[in-house]
Unconditional design. Structure first.
Length: 313
């Protein structure tokens, strides 16, 4: 087994971006896909991302070239035979992921770690298709992973503690910030994200505030506090007696709908899916979509310089 060889399975947005993460950490990084067109798209995305990182001073041109030189793109399953890690980022379907790992877990060395970059499918269920499921787990990244530090490592029922710690050490070595969570629906981030979204939608539906003002509260206040301290740290600084008092009277008024937001569902039925259709909560018609993407990436990069690329500033 080659300890420095990893395979990213799937050359889409996540797989291609993750290839950069590993290659920049000096791994021999293979990008596997079943379609030539997928590989070409992955190469293009990596080229664009690397160019932006160099332009913004996150990495040097020499570091970018070295990372690109460490990447190999292939449609040959032989790439799995001597790798130390496989991270799968294919279609978000249980049958597809189980089929992939049923085959690949037979090809890789028995000591190799296996991970799926799923945002919601149960790790334990996917693991049923794996040979040696004790080395299988989730590796949930946020898009774009080459800029955002977080990686949720999800433990299935069969995942061993030893392999979890190996993965934590590996991800930390990438310069990222791993957390470990059990195989619960939504893991950590999506449970918190959707709890916040549910209440945000409820506030707007009540007519208490506009969409723009709710977003401003998160961006200019709560988001900054949480980025620095997290919810438990914020509560400690605010005083747990104060938070306990508010907790006892406010919780009764918070949205606890189990059905999901009707506003959100109606927007989807109307084809207002956000950036990709030109309209969502905001207007992205014409050239506004490109402007929004550029502005998002600019903000992510500025945050990344503080949270991740600290030594590049």
């Amino acid at each position: 087994m080659n300890e420095k060889k990893v395979v990213m399975a799937g050359a889409g947005v996540m797989g291609a971006s993750l290839a950069q993460v590993y290659a920049l950490a000096e791994y021999e990084t293979w990008v596997y896909d079943i379609y030539e067109a997928g590989i070409e798209k992955g190469k293009h995305l990596i080229s664009v991302n690397q160019e932006m990182m160099v332009k913004e001073g996150l990495i040097t041109a020499e570091e970018s070239k070295a990372a690109l030189d460490r990447m190999v793109f292939t449609m040959d399953k032989g790439c799995f035979r001597d790798c130390s890690l496989v991270v799968e980022s294919t279609v978000e379907r249980m049958d597809i992921k189980q089929g992939f790992f049923r085959e690949i877990s037979e090809l890789v060395p028995k000591e190799a770690l296996l991970a799926t970059n799923t945002s919601g499918l149960h790790i334990t269920e996917i693991a049923k298709a794996c040979k040696h499921p004790e080395r299988f787990m989730g590796q949930h990244w946020l898009n774009p992973p080459h800029l955002l530090p977080l990686c949720e490592i999800i433990a299935g029922e069969e995942t061993s503690q030893e392999n979890l710690q190996k993965m934590r050490t590996l991800v930390t070595g990438l310069g990222k910030q791993p957390v470990i969570v059990k195989d619960i629906n939504g893991f950590i981030i999506n449970r918190i994200q959707f709890a916040v979204l549910r209440e945000a939608l409820h506030i707007v539906d009540m007519g208490a505030a506009t969409i723009e003002d709710v977003d401003t509260v998160l961006k200019a206040g709560m988001g900054l506090r949480y980025a620095a301290l997290g919810p438990f740290g914020v509560a400690d600084f605010g005083g747990l007696d104060t938070f306990d008092h508010i907790n006892r009277y406010l919780n009764a008024e918070l949205c606890d709908s189990k059905a999901g937001s009707e506003r959100l569902h109606k927007m989807v039925e109307e084809g207002r899916l956000g950036l990709k259709t030109g309209a969502g909560f905001y207007d992205y018609s014409g050239d506004k979509a490109d402007e929004a993407i550029r502005e998002r990436d600019r903000m992510y990069i500025e945050l990344a310089k503080v949270l991740y690329f600290k030594d590049k500033g």
